[in-house]
Design a protein around this ligand. Structure first.
Ligand code: FAD
Length: 276
């Protein structure tokens, strides 16, 4: 058995984007993923696109997973969505709190992802494999690293089956997180989330907002390449392949790729790892 792989997509906004993602998925299926997941816009945006993309993945004979956020949602609306997911034949969800878009009204009836996990288990028993988010470098809104670990453990206690991490480039943070989580009794697989490096500005901006740190040496190298996209890509492939190799050698339970709806960087990393 090879290392289990999973691929994450976001719902395309245009027919051209949908056609491109269709082609990207076919290319990535050659790596025989365990499942492919689709992100969900907290607070309403893009949710129809998520369902359409997940349905396409299921229709293509692959295991699909829908991300599912609870912020701003009512129990009734979550119940309705769960019935819809079931009717689609979906067996896997990534259960999240999400972040409300600015200007959005109330928080809704779920405060944290742990509340959503508990609700899904109460409503649907073991029907769904439930993934939750893990933050080896601590979620940006957490009161402290320890409080964030407790919050993660609460999600596992509420019924999570496994976890996917925020992306990271510092393996020590990941291993420490997994050790500490296990000490708190949160003994489910924690799959590293892997972000291929394909562009500089987007990555640096995104990392600042989501609780992931770009180490100084990587940041400076990327800044030094300026607009030289080919050098950024070549450097990114080396760094991320090395990261995956270290994680694989340490026995991680799988690798989850944030594909950004592109196949080439992921396939090249997998080829270099002999996993493609
Ligand atoms: P939670 O686990 O609820 O944690 C949120 C914050 O609350 C943390 O700071 C935590 O420490 C704190 N907290 C939790 N419980 C308590 C408590 N009892 N008391 C005090 N503090 C507490 N966003 C999307 O909108 N759509 C997506 O599809 C999506 N997919 C993602 C996939 C992955 C793998 C990851 C890592 C993130 C994803 N996100 C997505 C982003 C995510 O929604 C945000 O990071 C969000 O801010 C937190 O969601 P969560 O489920 O981790 O929340």
């Amino acid at each position: 058995m090879g290392l289990p792989l999973s691929f994450e997509f976001f719902p395309p906004k245009t027919p051209e984007g949908a056609a491109k993602l269709h082609a990207v998925r076919q290319q990535l299926y050659s790596a025989k993923p365990e499942f492919c997941s689709v992100t969900y816009g907290a607070g309403g945006s893009t949710q129809d696109g998520t369902l359409q993309t997940v349905q396409a993945i299921l229709d293509e004979g692959q295991q699909g997973a829908s991300h599912f956020t609870c912020v701003g949602a009512s129990r009734e609306s979550v119940r309705d969505k769960l019935a819809l997911f079931k009717s689609m034949g979906l067996r896997r969800l990534v259960a999240l709190r999400g972040d409300l878009p600015s200007g959005y009204g109330g928080m809704g009836e779920f405060r944290y992802a742990a509340d959503l996990v508990a609700f899904i288990r109460a409503e649907t028993g073991d029907h769904f494999h439930l993934e939750v988010a893990a933050y080896p470098e601590t979620h940006p809104q957490a009161k402290s690293a320890q409080a964030d670990l407790q919050a993660y453990a609460a999600k596992v206690k509420a019924g999570a089956s496994s976890a996917i991490t925020q992306f990271f480039f510092n393996t020590d943070a990941y291993f420490r997180f997994v050790d500490d989580a296990y000490k708190l009794g949160a003994e489910v697989p924690v799959v590293p989330g892997i972000m291929p490096i394909t562009n500089s500005a987007g990555l640096l901006r995104f990392a600042d907002s989501c609780g992931a740190e770009i180490p100084r040496w990587i940041r400076l190298r990327l800044q030094g390449y300026g607009d030289d996209v080919e050098s950024i890509k070549a450097f990114g492939l080396d760094v991320v392949t090395e990261l995956c190799d270290q994680l694989r050698n340490a026995g991680v339970p799988g690798l989850h790729f944030y594909t950004m709806n592109q196949s080439a960087p992921v396939l090249e990393i997998l080829r270099r790892l002999d996993l493609g």
